[in-house]
Design a protein around this ligand. Sequence first.
Ligand SMILES: Cc1cc2nc3c(=O)[nH]c(=O)nc-3n(C[C@H](O)[C@H](O)[C@H](O)COP(=O)(O)OP(=O)(O)OC[C@H]3O[C@@H](n4cnc5c(N)ncnc54)[C@H](O)[C@@H]3O)c2cc1C
Ligand code: SF4
Length: 512
Amino acid sequence: MSVLRVILADQLSAQLDVVAAAEKGVDVFLLAEVMAEASYVRHHVKKIAFLFSAMRHFAEALRIAGHVVRYVALDDPENAQSLDGEILRAVTALCPKRIAITEPGEWRLREGLEALRLALPAPLDILPDTRFLCSHADFNVWAEGRRELRMEYFYRYMRRRHRILMESDGKPSGARWNFDAENRKPPKAGLASPRRLSFRKDAITLDVLDLVRRRFPEGYGRLEPFHFAVTRKQALRELDHFIAHILPGFGDFQDAMVKDEPFLRHSLLSAYINAGLLYPLEVCQLAEQAFRKGLAPLNAVEGFIRQILGWREFVRGIYWRFMPGYIENNALGATEKLPWFYWSGETRMACMREALAHTHDHAYSHHIQRLMITGNFALLAGLDPKAVHEWYLAVYADAYEWVEAPNTIGMALHADGGLLASKPYAASGNYINRMSNCCRGCVYDPAASVGDHACPFNALYWDFLARHRDRFGGNARMPFVYANWDKMGAEKQTALVNQAQTHLVAMREGRL
Ligand SMILES: Cc1cc2nc3c(=O)[nH]c(=O)nc-3n(C[C@H](O)[C@H](O)[C@H](O)COP(=O)(O)OP(=O)(O)OC[C@H]3O[C@@H](n4cnc5c(N)ncnc54)[C@H](O)[C@@H]3O)c2cc1C
Ligand code: SF4
């Protein structure tokens, strides 16, 4: 044989060079389900099932297209249960002249490949991941010499570079780069998710569900109902459905949270884009077309494209520029253990319970729940960033370290010292009460800061600000909050700090 072409679980894209350049009937594709990857964190069982089923369907599509595929199932008795082990086993069996692989998204796998290279009898080609719209080199050129790395400027650079939502005079569509101010509406009465697609489970998916049930009995989360798209064709249907029916309302209530409505107007596309079933550029282009044809308003389309062309590419750039140290960051010296309720969902805080239930049942919660509920609580309570990072990496179907770590360590926890965000995303119960309808059903009172029924987010918020005054007191975006703190007077401040301690004790004892 000529080339052994290795495809990782999040590289299921026919456009990648490793696939597109293959010689039919000569080269061999290797896809392997291995325990080392399926268990290095306590992944959500839906995530494992989604990836195994999508891998098996991708392998099937390659075979139908005339390629030779070596597919190693988790239950294969010969399975070495690690990527290195499976590559070495295939090389020994097939004696390829070369081995080709797309660069992995995660640092630890990239490092592993460099080590494996030394043990391989044939050259290993690590090819760039061309699905991303900004290469490592281009990000570094953009970042070099800047005092601060801010997503907004990177996003403008990407809009110009890829000519997305740009007019012929070189100005952004609508003469503004950002329509965020129109996208932060609190939920209106009756706000609900439009109908979502649900895909029929075929024999491959049923086999995978059975496998996951047998092999991951202690896995986190609910396996069924299982509604994921597992082929590119299905993912494209999900994309078309989103563009036609949901995108027009994407912007307005982007930050809203509603009880029993996990999806609202969010796209649910991240798991598909990250695994390779959809391409980020095609997603942005389809959204732009909807705007050009008058089918979706600019605030919705711009808000959506910013997430993909801006945030998604930006966090990847940050990850690769600052790894391997990035995931060790703990700028705020946070050391609290992750409370058990992150896994069990058993807490009296209704907003947390809701976000954790979505996470457990769907391997999903939307951005504001991740940032302003579970992330905000972790920030205010001073939870250990490494433990929080491992939790986020485990529980969502779209989680891979390159995208999860900057969002968790940088955006949610400010543990990178402000590399990614100029101020911490800290908020009290007041914000949650405004942006959700959870507080109505909560034992805590969002208007109370001290006392038995005081909302924990309130005292923890003030205590957080007081604890970190040295760091944030001079922040140009935070003078009002510190002015409010100062206005309270010593007695109220002491009561808030004591109340925060009471909440932390309750958290440690599983009573919060
Ligand atoms: C603490 C924390 C952890 C996160 N972990 C992940 C993760 O592991 N994987 C992941 O893909 N996203 C992660 N995000 C970002 C974001 O929450 C998800 O991308 C989004 O919720 C996915 O749902 P959706 O497809 O319905 O997104 P939509 O709200 O419909 O957004 C559209 C698309 O934009 C992209 N996007 C939106 N926000 C971000 C962002 N901040 N960073 C990168 N891409 C973004 C996604 O591809 C998403 O599909 C995290 C955010 C936070 C605050
Ligand atoms: S009162 Fe506080 S804890 Fe309860 S739902 Fe509202 S913000 Fe969350």
